[in-house]
Design a protein around this ligand. Structure first.
Ligand code: ATP
Length: 321
């Protein structure tokens, strides 16, 4: 038996730990492994690299992905996927392990339908927006990175008694904004899911500023619905012009860095379970962890629907912050 492994879409810390676990588990069972460089783009080009126990040594603690990643327009077209399928068959791969987010799984699903390829997904995206796993690989690290950065912003905000609008990642989902907002004690959290009208935001901010002595932090998810931090600043300028207001976009630092212990363990579990699932004859599935247990979900059911944030946490944040 032989399996191919790729990482695709946005990188997330812990992808390497998942590659390592899948390669080592496969090797343990005498299954050959081939890595695909640069995700679907490399699959179309036939950019393969042999993987074994030793070639994945020393990567569990590294951020990014040793297999590299890419976004591929060509893979969105049937001709691109036909080339990818041909290349998988030519290296003798019986299954493809795809490590990535919802786009990666959409692509894997279509590839499987069109060409009968067995695909197994491992959820890895800092956005945490996939159904079928309580958490995705990289989310916890991104939370901690954002929290550390916001703690530092708090120091300087306190020193100058400033109002900071801090934008974190999450175009469609507010998971990062919600949990980093709670963890850093932000005075206000603005999410795509719990979106408030600008009038509401202004009156809450007025109340906050009345009692707030040192600094005020608003954590806002980037994105189409919220409009992001610059847009919010524009809307607040008129009424809050007398405050020393600053914008900070955390950006790509949230994707990088050494994965937390939590992400390394999650990635190790999921890499291991992906190979077990293939050995058990499972196909077109994603492996995930729900309530601390490994679970399998049909890959088609992992994207398309909105994964809900925990609204109880949002309610709590409004009381605590
Ligand atoms: P992240 O959530 O971190 O951004 P992702 O896996 O969602 O990761 P995308 O860029 O959306 O990242 O998707 C990765 C790749 O999957 C795309 O570049 C494309 O090649 C492929 N893909 C995405 N959607 C489709 C689709 N509908 N059909 C075929 N391929 C797709």
């Amino acid at each position: 038996m032989k399996i191919a492994i790729l990482t695709s879409g946005g990188d997330s810390p812990g992808m390497n730990a998942a590659v390592r676990a899948a390669a080592r588990t496969a090797s343990h069972y005498g299954i050959d492994v081939v890595g695909v460089m640069f995700g679907y783009r490399g699959l179309i080009k036939g950019d393969f690299v042999d993987l074994d126990r030793n070639s994945v040594s020393g990567i569990i603690q590294r951020g990014g992905t040793v297999l590299k990643t890419a976004r591929s327009e060509e893979f969105m077209k049937p001709e691109g996927r036909a080339k990818a399928a041909e290349n998988l068959k030519s290296v003798g791969a019986d299954a493809l392990v795809a490590i990535g987010g919802d786009g990666t799984f959409r692509g894997a699903t279509i590839l499987s339908k069109e060409h009968g390829i067995n695909v197994v997904g491992i959820p890895a995206t800092i956005d945490n927006d996939l159904i079928g796993s309580d958490e995705t690989i990289g989310y916890d690290t991104a939370l901690n990175t954002a929290m550390d950065a916001i703690d530092k912003i708090r120091d300087t905000a306190d020193a100058h008694e400033r109002l900071f609008l801090v934008e974190v990642m999450g175009r469609h989902a507010g998971f990062i904004a919600l949990e980093t907002g709670i963890a850093s004690g932000a005075e206000m959290i603005i999410l795509p899911e719990g979106l408030r009208k600008i009038g509401e935001i202004k009156s809450k901010l007025k109340e906050t500023l009345k009692v707030q002595k040192r600094s005020t932090l608003i954590v806002i998810a980037e994105g189409e619905k919220t409009g992001g931090a610059w847009h919010l600043e524009d809307q607040l300028k008129e009424d809050f012009g007398k405050y020393d207001m600053r914008v900070c976009i955390l950006g790509h630092i949230q994707r990088g860095g050494s994965p937390t212990a939590h992400d390394r363990v999650l990635a190790s579990r999921l890499g291991y379970e992906a190979i077990n699932a293939i050995r058990d004859g499972k196909s077109k599935i994603m492996v995930g962890v729900i309530n601390h247990k490994c679970v399998i979900t049909p890959i088609e059911q992992t994207f398309g629907k909105i994964k809900e944030i925990n609204f109880d946490l949002l309610k709590m944040a409004k009381v605590l912050n």
